[in-house]
Design a protein around this ligand. Sequence first.
Ligand SMILES: Cc1cc2nc3c(=O)[nH]c(=O)nc-3n(C[C@H](O)[C@H](O)[C@H](O)COP(=O)(O)OP(=O)(O)OC[C@H]3O[C@@H](n4cnc5c(N)ncnc54)[C@H](O)[C@@H]3O)c2cc1C
Length: 495
Amino acid sequence: MKMPVPDADLIARKGEIVRALRKIVPGEGVVADPDGLVPFESDGLSAYRQTPIAVVLPETTEQVSHVLKWCQANGVKVVPRGAGTSLSGGSLPLTDGIVLGMAKFNQILEVDYANRCAVVQPGVTNLAITGAVQAQGFYYAPDPSSQIACTIGGNVAENSGGVHCLKYGLTTNNLLGVEMVLMDGEVVRLGGRGYDAAGYDLLGLVTGSEGLLGVVTEVTVRILPTPPVAKALLLGFPSVEAAGATVGDIIAAGVIPAGLEMMDKPAIQAAEAFVHAGYPTEAEALLIVELDGPEAECAELAGHVKALAQARGADFIRVSRDEAERLAFWAGRKAAFPAVGRLSPDYYCMDGTIPRRQLPQVLTRINALSRQYGLGVANVFHAGDGNLHPLILYDIEKDGELEKAEAFGADILKLCVEVGGVLTGEHGVGVEKRDLMGEMFDDTDLACQQRVKCAFDPDALLNPGKVFPVLHRCAELGRMHVHRGKIAFPELPRF
Ligand SMILES: Cc1cc2nc3c(=O)[nH]c(=O)nc-3n(C[C@H](O)[C@H](O)[C@H](O)COP(=O)(O)OP(=O)(O)OC[C@H]3O[C@@H](n4cnc5c(N)ncnc54)[C@H](O)[C@@H]3O)c2cc1C
């Protein structure tokens, strides 16, 4: 993986940069000593690490604004960071830039039950939003597995999803408004407390923009009433194809489960050995289907789903009888990632999305790729959304295995695009999938996206090296308007 060549002059100016930033964020708000920087060197894509010039930990929007304005005036690159759980390297630092950590923005500012929304700072964890409203019978629906640690600011930047997003939508469908600081220090508000705001849908543009357009300093999210009843079904199948086909059947029948997850045999066996959730270890594939709503509706839909599964040959069917059993059914799924960690010294978690009807064929081809690369794979994923998470098993200590795992992962993502899907479901592009963007977008698409980036951040100082394979200078993109053969900004080097 190549990052932009670091600017040695900027690195040499470390002392001056730190002094200037300490004037804006005094006290312990700027970390610059080597030991203090270590925890920020990496994120959830832990195979990669880089030490930034400094980490700045502001506490107010005003400080964020002054920091960005100073960095823009002085050509200093900025990587925004929430909890650093990104799996695509979104918050991986740059050696010639600073990290802007939002951890101190950790307050729930207001809960507005009349408008069914909560206004929170971006460093609040996803789970803490539900924690703040559950006593009143509400919750925040998008539930990434990392919800105990990841921040809502990071969720906005990655458009994060989770088990319950099939029915209730991703972050973008539960986000009402943000306050955001642009690279020149301007503070803007997008959206509000209603479902739509005047003008272009800039909130939609900013959601999932991976820290490339601005730094989010306040977030307004929808909160929903907690459903009265939830029931989970465990459905074991003799083949992944039958389980995959059942997923399509359930949705086609008009049933939208609150969650519809799938695990293949290696994942089932690893999870069962780890937490003893009562999973059928001989099944080739397991579906966990959660239905929520009034009791009578859940019972009716459970019967419907059971019949569909039986028609596809399901030979193991359990319906949770009470809340304790429902949670036990989920315990295996929730522990699946750490459980798979016991199968191999390392694993690489992929994230791609395919049309639901392609599930059976794609799973078969992933298994063929697994044989071709000689690396194991376990599948645990959001089947209802077609969002795959193949876990590629490898050993970083063995020469060439990391490269082999990455090549296998790239082939899986190419396969997702080939069957009409996309490179990412919820983990973002970051540095991980950056060089595969060309598989999905042609040069014109990419240039258009970069022009949007330029409108927000003309000097490309916010999170450079992420998402776009080659970050053109914004002035260079202006070259598209060539007048009588004369290139605009001829003094700029072309690269
Ligand atoms: C064990 C594990 C399980 C996971 N499960 C899921 C899952 O089920 N679903 C899912 O969607 N993801 C999952 N993830 C990925 C990750 O948790 C999400 O992408 C999450 O949204 C990142 O939040 P964060 O606070 O850690 O952000 P970071 O990792 O710090 O940053 C992520 C991106 O957001 C940007 N950013 C952060 N804060 C701001 C801000 N205030 N303003 C502007 N940009 C900002 C950063 O620049 C970076 O590009 C998982 C990760 C782990 C480690």
